[in-house]
Design a protein around this ligand. Structure first.
Ligand code: DX5
Ligand code: ZN
Length: 220
């Protein structure tokens, strides 16, 4: 599987979102990561399904929608209708993660499960046959610009080992939080396939710097 770079628009210039999206496309973004937060599941608020719909109007790249909300089932249809290509649901946000994943699939979108830093892999291994992605959080969810938790590398490695020893290996491993040119290399060596990057990419000034940074991330 090839490495994919997913800029997280949480760190984009919200008043110039379309401009930032076009810049990221020109720089070679493979997909876009859209964070939805409700102020309950995580101590912050961010985008809603209407932002997913807005993104769909300005880009043809796949939209990877990260749901950091309580009662995720209530929001699955709205985000799929808005144009989400993949819906990522936190295992900790529902008592019925299997059902939530089935709901996503029944609506025709790709489904992913997300695990917080403290959540064991054991909690998701029975989902392998029905998921397209597993997102390993490498920071505590809720904010951009946090430091990568190094202990998560073992978790990614272990997940990749599990994937190599199962027939239900048809899923990609994604990482989110603190990804930069150093940590991306470590995550890739550990077995990750999709890399979300927010503050690293958007913190700079101008298109030239952004393109350089995407190129740096690709130099794995
Ligand atoms: C954090 C979000 C991330 C965030 C990552 O809870 O899920 O997608 O944008 O930001 P960085 O890359 O700055 O850690
Ligand atoms: Zn995210």
């Amino acid at each position: 599987m090839t490495n994919k770079i997913a800029p997280s628009i949480l760190s984009a210039d919200i008043m110039n979102l379309e401009k930032d999206v076009k810049m990221a496309e020109r720089a070679g973004a493979d997909l876009f990561h859209v964070d939805i937060m409700d102020g309950h599941f995580v101590p912050n608020m961010s985008f809603s399904p209407s932002v997913v719909a807005g993104m769909k109007r300005v880009t043809d790249k796949p939209l990877d929608v990260h749901m950091m909300v309580d009662n995720p089932d209530d929001f699955i249809k709205p985000v799929v209708d808005a144009g989400a290509d993949t819906v990522l649901i936190h295992a900790e946000s529902t008592n019925h993660i299997y059902r939530s994943i089935e709901l996503v699939k029944s609506l025709g979108a790709k489904a992913g499960v997300v695990i917080n830093p403290g959540t064991p892999l054991e909690n998701v291994k029975y989902l392998f046959p029905i998921i397209d992605q597993i997102l390993v959080m490498t920071v505590n969810p809720g904010f951009g610009g946090q430091k990568f938790i190094p202990g998560m590398l073992k978790k990614i490695q272990r997940l990749d080992q599990l994937r190599q020893t199962t027939d239900d290996d048809n899923f990609e491993i994604e990482v989110d939080g603190g990804v930069n040119e150093q940590t991306i290399k470590q995550c890739s060596e550990a077995g990750a396939d999709i890399f979300v990057a927010g503050s690293y990419l958007f913190a700079g000034e101008g298109e030239e710097e952004f393109s350089k940074k995407i190129a740096n991330l690709r130099k794995l």
